[in-house]
Design a protein around this ligand. Structure first.
Ligand SMILES: Nc1ncnc2c1ncn2[C@@H]1O[C@H](COP(=O)(O)OP(=O)(O)O)[C@@H](O)[C@H]1O
Ligand SMILES: CC(=O)N[C@@H](CCC(=O)OP(=O)(O)O)C(=O)O
Length: 258
């Protein structure tokens, strides 16, 4: 089985031009077959506010009404995705930007209304691993944004961490897949105020222990949930840390195993 790396970058890296360029250089130099998934929640909030639209997040997920869906479609599928693709082209990486609607790559179901109505938010139901692989086999590098579709013409907003883990699960039918969640910190930290307190290895036991101690919070909660889901469904390795973990020089990041 060949190897495939799936790398995710979040809003903090995207918003900082220097960090973004530095990351894209590392990503371009990464050997082997690869996929990039990007978020952009910060930019969506900024653009929405310029348009007089208030943003509301619950449990790390954006409440996405019809107006907000228009904003995130323009921001994730347009502004952020196309800028990243252009910058990758400048680095000689032949990137192709995709929403989940493109080549029917990521289909989802609108989240059912229970206690909370998230609006146009999708939970992934199917990843077209064979179609995505056609792009990879043709030496294109897929760049996914945080948009999926329901197959009936409706675009849906889906968290980029979830897209990453679900695409990785789908692709693990064809490849030995590794996920790299890149963010602004060095990894999962024992003490959020001490950037050097990286927990180097988290397995199911340690995860339980960190949860009990309340060390994992905010955006890290769904991130780690996604990790264990991916590992339980065929993904080989998951690493979490700053962008330099893509180089051989940095071994100070978090590795997650079952
Ligand atoms: N123990 C922890 N170690 C590291 N980050 C943590 C921890 N607990 C909570 N966090 C938060 O999780 C955030 C990363 O998750 P998220 O906001 O989803 O990032 P992104 O979307 O940029 O990838 C960090 O910015 C940090 O504030
Ligand atoms: C449903 C939902 O919450 N979607 C996310 C998608 C973007 C994202 O995940 O961006 P980051 O990785 O930068 O946080 C949102 O709109 O914020």
């Amino acid at each position: 089985m060949g190897k495939l790396s799936i790398v995710k970058i979040g809003g903090n890296i995207i918003e900082d031009e220097t960090s973004l360029i530095a990351f894209l250089k590392l990503f371009s130099n990464l050997e082997g077959k690869k996929i990039l998934v990007h978020g952009g929640g910060k930019r969506a909030t900024l653009v929405a506010s310029k348009l007089g639209i208030a943003s509301k997040m619950i449990n790390g997920r954006r409440i996405t009404d019809a107006e907000t869906l228009e904003v995130i479609t323009m921001v994730y599928g347009g502004l952020v995705n196309k800028n990243i693709v252009a910058k990758l082209q400048a680095l000689n990486t032949n990137a192709i930007g995709l929403t989940g609607a493109d080549i029917n790559s990521v289909a989802s179901d609108k989240r059912p209304v229970k206690d909370i109505d998230f609006g146009f938010v999708g939970d992934v139901k199917q990843v077209a691993h064979e179609s995505i692989d056609k792009l990879i086999q043709a030496d294109f590098t897929p760049v996914f944004c945080a948009i999926t579709h329901d197959g009936n013409g409706q675009l849906l907003n889906t968290n980029a961490d979830t897209i990453t883990s679900q695409v990785a699960v789908g692709m693990s039918k064809l490849y030995k897949t590794s996920i790299y969640y890149c963010f602004e910190l060095n990894g999962v930290l024992e003490d959020i105020n001490d950037k050097n307190s990286v927990v180097k290895h988290i397995d199911s036991e340690r995860y339980k222990n960190l949860l009990e101690k309340g060390i994992i919070a905010d955006g890290m909660l769904p991130k780690l949930e996604n990790c264990f889901d991916a590992l339980n469904n065929g993904v080989s390795t998951i690493n979490m840390g700053n962008t330099s973990m893509l180089t051989q020089e940095n071994d100070n990041f978090t590795t997650i195993t079952l």
